[in-house]
Design a binder for this molecule. Sequence first.
Ligand code: FES
Length: 133
Amino acid sequence: MADRRSFFKLLLSAIGLGAVIRGEAAFAAQKVAIPLAKVPALAKVGGSVTVKLKGTTVLFIRDAKESIRAVNAVCTHKQCLVGYAPKKGHIACPCHGSDFTLSGEVLSGPATEPLQTYPAKLTQDKIIITLEE
Ligand code: FES
């Protein structure tokens, strides 16, 4: 009986810890607004720019008139900075040739892990990105 009670106490502790971890993750997400005037490279469709925000290096790609993509610019292979290859329409790493979709998925290696993406939206005069700490 004591073993069963101990098991349930342990289980409840684990569930509580999980809730705390999820709560911290949600709390740590933060929105950052960037005036479009400060990133003229994104004024036109096909433009891109790499920006350091709150310790994260983010590659923004203006993929359509009303939308923008935001991915972590650090390659998942050996941490080179990736860039947008507009002629190919995808993200490319100059170091060893990995290619990624605009959604961060691996198109070709050697990288095997996707680039982290961030929710980003375009308003009339700002980019709003949600980063995780
Ligand atoms: S660091 Fe990007 S492919 Fe190797």
